[in-house]
Design a protein around this ligand. Sequence first.
Ligand code: GDG
Length: 485
Amino acid sequence: PTTPTPKDRSHELVVVANRLPVDSRTLPDGATEWVTSPGGLVTAMESVMRTVDSGAWVGWAGSPGEPPAPFEADGMSLYPVRLEQEDVERYYEGYSNATLWPLYHDVIVDPEFHRGWWDSYLATNRRFADSAAPVAAPGGTIWVHDYQLQLVPRMIREKRSDARIGFFNHIPFPSVELFSQLPKRNSILRGLLGADLIGFQRESDSLNFVAAVRKLLGYHVDGLTISVPGVGAAPMREVEVRTFPISIDSSAVSALTEDEEIRERARALRHDLGDPAKVVLGVDRLDYTKGIRHRLKAWGELLDDGLIDPHDTVMIQVATPSRERVEAYRQLRDEVELTVGRINGEHAPLGRPAVSYQHHSFDRREMTALFMAADVVLVTALRDGMNLVAKEYVASRPDLQGVLVLSEFAGAADELRAAVLVNPHDIDELKSAILRALAMPEEEQEEAMRSLRHQVMENDVQSWAHDFLEHLEHAGREAQAAVPV
Ligand code: GDG
């Protein structure tokens, strides 16, 4: 049941993210129903929301124009932010996904810079900040997420200096040389520095950010603590930067593998593929950062070289539709589909694929069945903040079988050292890694998977969120203590 309940200054914890954790569904009678979208962030927040009396989430509901009134869902108050069609095109598809996204992922494609996009980014960030600032309780905590909202921490601080403000960046932070290309780069840095605590996925991201602040703003930096001069009469503030590698709901993923229906589904999947000896799997949003083209190139060459027999080895590539209105994504889709078509045309046995290509999304249960059916999972990202697929595969293998081939350029590579680590730009190295994974003896798989599972099961998304909030509480206090009485 959804009841509109706008509540001012009443929420102890306020999450601000581009999207609300719900999707709308139109019922047969034309009414709208909201269904929770089961992302990792939602799961993480559910666990921390339970620890506070009153939690809120501020974000876009997913359709341009008049937003729904605030409503309750899963014990949280949801505050929809208005985005016009023009904001979707300029703030979201433009500045966020065609400027920041490629630049922050080491310019795998050329970032586009348009001044009109920046204006929309600024105005839209202001709207998110204006929605979030009034709903936090006095001294409450506001946690802002991701690259779409980098100006929000400072905008909130201008109105609510009593709040503790945290920011977490889910994607990489580039080296200062690349970051320097960004028009309005200093506004972005100052926007982020409105937070008390700024979190990144990898240590290298934290160091890149601190280096950018030192070089471009000239602020004093001590380790990962930044001294930010106050505006006007305001005192100097200390901002803490720290690495918090995100994770998944590990025990929930692992528990799904006990479900008899899902186990049966995993067996059926292999059967439908013609009971091959080996199944290799890739699961990604169809995004140029994920290295899908490199993976297919390596796979195609292994088939050409006769090193893989398509009669006994099948590759499944799930490429979930993503950002389909952004030009680089349309091009990528065409290239991937052309390549898959060529590989299948040249190598697929009659009536069976060499690459089973799935351009649609699957539900969580089907995804688990895929992970359980896969002998090898390929994560070949050219740059990736973390990559949750790598961790989901590990959590789906309590049987300690299966091999993870993991790009060094995914954040997960810092933790998952027992994976077969690769540089996906080196196609020969990638080919050898795939062959090694396919030939790995069971005992060796078991040893590696045990070590990987230890890492993933011990560090789940719930502890990630708790850890961030605990540090934020601490960071807020330190900053307050630094204010002369
Ligand atoms: C960003 C950063 C960082 C994919 N297809 C389906 C499906 N998925 C799920 C996966 C996984 C999630 O989507 C994708 O997460 P990733 O981490 O792999 O990548 P991004 O979407 O790029 O996420 C990334 C993450 O934020 C968190 O901070 O790790 O680096 O880029 O959970 O399983 N899920 C279902 N059906 C699909 O078809 N149910």
